[in-house]
Design a protein around this ligand. Structure first.
Ligand code: GLC
Ligand code: GLC
Length: 795
């Protein structure tokens, strides 16, 4: 099974043992506002703050060969040119290993007795990547080698960089110092930022003009200069600026040489841009180069990075008898939650970094995965998101991280959006107990002077959905609900328009049972919060929730499961009466999490139906049977081939909804089985079948009706991370943060039912040994109190 790599739990690394993985297996670096994507062959790019507007390295998406562009070391040893990460030359290596760790990647290659160990990380303190490469001569002969360090600059705006050639092939400018190359494209005018690639020793030759380094018709795999062991000492004027730095090294047998590189980004104050007319003020860059100029300094920065992650990941740990569970909980799930929080859905090997900013809905859900680690940043994120809301409770669907301003680039008017603000805020409050956030003044649409309290935003959000009901008393879906592709008011017949942005037909009355479930679940939470605050609106929230429950029971129950929606004309969607897509997952998950009709057995029935009709070998599919043709009244969902994405794919994001609902219903084995199916550490799919990284969740795994069921796509940036975290930490392991303490209420098969949890909660530390028994009390409440607590709990 593990043909391409394995977990190293002790060092919290995933070890990739061959470079030709079925898809580039990537990692992320960065913790503040400078981020990098790095593949197992050192491909990828970096940016500061915004993957679209402040792109530093150029990258070729979906290129041929795959994964072109990155930070490449070329080693010229005799007649052989090779890379420690195998790509781009793909010279066969005698040894290869890539270790993706928490915020860093190590790549080691060996060829003909020369070993190259490289370490890449983004330090905590600076906006840069640090690259350290150690070359060791393990042969018994002296070696004369040339090392080239190479990167290609992106001309800042990643979008126009790929489009506006009439301009940008003339704009590239560089400056060269003996040990550093500076990318100063457009620095002369409106930009006051530049990037640089420097080394801790002067180079023996360089190129900054791509054509001179590679040759006009060569790829990255055959740079003419490196093949010849030369440099053109070229200075780029327009075209495509690069940084290619050559070092001539003599290595005695057993000798090691270490070189350190800094790939940095600097913003200068407008009045301190230049040190002389037209010459970059390089003070900040020189400081950064100095900060990482020795191995000792790099070691210290790297140790600080490791300590940062040790601290974050030390806040919730489990020690159980299931290693797959432990490595998911202790390392990879939490790490993925952090990355998803940082990136939202902007930059991955499936998201170009150009198209999507921070989603209103997505970012609120992401909070549930990180609030226990970085509560302060969660707080800020909530306030940023709320500030993009409109006075009527409607929302921009996304905002751009650089400006924090909302935009409608990927549509607006999604019926579920406002409720997620309640979801995110409640998660924050239960974790932190910091009610002061509710009093924070927050504007509408970022307009100064329009501020109301965050609590008022929540009320407006709730009211927006409570008053936006359709003919059956169910929430109007708008452009779509959580399922972006269920476009019931759109009727698109034009292949050139986007389902996400096209004008909807006026007067659309389509209603969503997914939003109804979300409304009831979040409404109950909101009412509880208002009651705690002694706020008189609590009772009207409660009655709106009750009314919704009635509407669902009356108009949303199909006999064996919950309907999915009513379409524009009032027709049922997700009903046994339908020809296709008779049942959908989202309404089963949400209505059952909201416990609608639980007393009458509706939740149990709905969950059993989900198992019966939606479960397959690799998880629960979204809908079944999938749509077999395009149906313009349903929209984008039916545009996908069967078994993929929202049309019958295993959309992993929504599987935890069912798992949580199963746990709430006490269906222990069902919850566990669903969880192990979608969690990659359990290794249900071979690496070749899964294709994408075996250490992170995917947005989607191809479903039963697909051509290749089990094949993963859209790894890394997905709400799956936060939802599986919530699911495993709160519902399977059963550690639920509450306003006044921790509620221990596990749902795990008895055979795994004894485990230890370490949980930091606010300023307290809890060491809890949990023993699940048959017929125990089911749950135990641990009141919050500061200090350290060692507890044994039998449930
Ligand atoms: C994508 C979107 C998310 C949406 C989901 C289902 O993951 O980021 O907002 O809910 O697709 O369509
Ligand atoms: C497409 C995708 C969906 C995603 C949306 C974002 O509709 O199918 O998953 O959420 O685009 O714009």
């Amino acid at each position: 099974m593990n043909s391409y790599g394995h977990f190293d739990d002790a060092s919290r690394e995933y070890v990739i043992t061959r470079p030709d993985t079925p898809w580039p297996w990537i990692n992320y670096m960065g913790t503040g506002d400078f981020f990098s994507l790095i593949s197992n062959t050192a491909g990828g790019y970096c940016f500061c703050r915004d993957a679209k507007f402040r792109r530093i390295l150029r990258y070729r998406y979906n290129g041929v060969p795959m994964d072109a562009g990155g930070r490449y070391f070329y080693i010229k040893d005799g007649d052989t040119l090779w890379n420690p990460g195998w790509k781009p030359c793909r010279t066969p290596l005698d040894f290869y290993e890539c270790r993706h760790g928490m915020g860093y990647t190590r790549i080691c290659g060996e060829k003909d007795g020369l070993r190259a160990e490289s370490l890449f990380f983004v330090p905590l303190e600076h906006r840069c990547e640090v690259h350290r490469v150690k070359l060791s001569n393990r042969s018994d002969r002296p070696k004369t080698v040339r090392l080239y360090a190479f990167i290609e600059w992106c001309l800042w705006n990643a979008s126009t960089d790929m489009e506006n050639f009439q301009r940008n092939l003339s704009t590239g400018e560089v400056e060269v110092q003996p040990d550093a190359i500076y990318h100063k494209t457009e620095y002369r005018e409106r930009r006051n930022h530049y990037a640089f690639y420097g080394a801790n020793r002067p180079f023996d030759g360089f190129d900054t003009d791509r054509e001179t380094f590679l040759g006009m018709y060569n790829g990255f795999d055959a740079p003419v200069q490196a093949l010849a062991g030369t440099s053109g000492n070229s200075v780029a004027h327009g075209w495509s600026p690069v940084a290619a730095e050559r070092f001539d090294l003599e290595l005695a047998p057993g000798a090691t040489e270490e070189l350190i590189f800094v790939l940095g980004y600097v913003e200068n104050p407008a009045d301190a841009k230049f040190s002389a007319p037209g010459v970059i003020n390089k003070t900040a860059a020189r400081e950064m180069l100095e900060a990482y100029s020795t191995g000792v300094r790099v070691d210290a920065a790297f140790a600080a990075l490791r300590a940062y992650w040790d601290d974050l990941l030390g806040r919730f740990t489990v020690a159980s008898d299931v290693p797959e569970l432990d490595r998911t909980v202790n390392v990879w799930n939490q790490y993925q939650c952090m990355i998803t929080f940082f990136m939202s859905r902007s930059a991955s090997y499936f998201e170009s970094g150009i198209g999507r900013g921070m989603g209103f809905r997505d970012s609120n859900q992401d909070l549930a995965g990180i609030v226990h680690m970085i509560p302060d940043r969660a707080r800020q994120r909530i306030l940023d998101i709320a500030a993009t809301q409109f006075p009527d409770g409607g929302c921009y669907h996304q905002y751009q991280p650089l400006t924090k301003r909302g935009n409608n680039d990927i549509g607006g008017g999604f019926g579920d959006d406002p409720l997620w603000l309640i979801f995110g805020t409640v998660a924050y409050l239960k974790e932190t107990g910091d009610f002061s956030i509710l009093d924070e003044p927050v504007p509408f649409d970022n307009v100064p002077g329009s501020e109301v309290s965050l609590l008022e935003h929540l009320k407006i959000s709730f009211r927006r959905v409570a008053t936006g009901l359709g003919p059956h008393g169910l929430p109007l879906i708008g452009r779509a609900d959580w399922n972006d592709c269920l476009n019931l008011n759109c009727f698109s017949l034009d292949p050139d328009e986007s389902f996400q942005t096209t004008e909807n037909v006026a007067g659309g009355q389509a209603e969503s049972l997914m939003i109804a479930g979300l409304f009831v679940a979040e409404g109950k939470d909101f009412a509880e919060l208002l009651e705690r605050l002694g706020d008189a609106d609590a009772s009207s929230v409660r009655s709106a929730v009750c009314a919704m429950e009635d509407s669902v029971k009356k108009h949303g129950w199909d006999g064996e499961w919950f309907l999915r929606a009513y379409d524009f004309h009032g027709g049922k969607i997700g009903s046994r009466e339908c020809d296709e897509s008779k049942i959908f997952i989202e309404s089963q998950g949400w209505c059952a999490m909201a416990r609608i009709g639980a007393g009458e057995g509706l939740c149990d029935k709905a969950l059993d139906s989900a198992v019966k009709h939606l479960e397959c070998e690799h998880g629960l599919v979204l809908n079944a049977p999938a749509f077999s043709s395009y149906l313009y009244q349903y929209g984008e969902i039916s545009s996908y081939p069967q078994g993929y994405k929202e049309n019958g794919g295993i959309f992993c994001h929504n599987n935890p909804w069912v798992i949580i609902a199963e746990a709430m219903a006490g269906h222990v084995e069902d919850a566990w089985r669903h969880y192990t199916k979608i969690t990659p550490a359990f290794g249900r799919q071979s690496h070749d079948l899964r294709k994408v990284e075996p250490y992170v969740f995917c947005q989607m795994v191809a479903g039963a009706e697909a051509a290749r069921p089990g094949e993963g796509k859209n790894s890394w940036l997905t709400g799956t991370a936060a939802w599986t975290w919530k699911c495993v930490s709160e519902f399977i392991l059963g550690v639920k943060p509450q306003y006044d303490g921790l509620l221990i209420e596990p749902c795990i098969p008895l055979r795994y039912g004894t485990y230890r949890i370490h949980r930091r909660f606010r300023d307290a530390e809890y060491d809890i040994t949990i023993r699940c028994t048959d017929g125990g009390p089911g749950k135990v409440f641990i009141p919050y109190s500061p200090g350290g607590h060692v507890l044994e709990v039998t449930v």
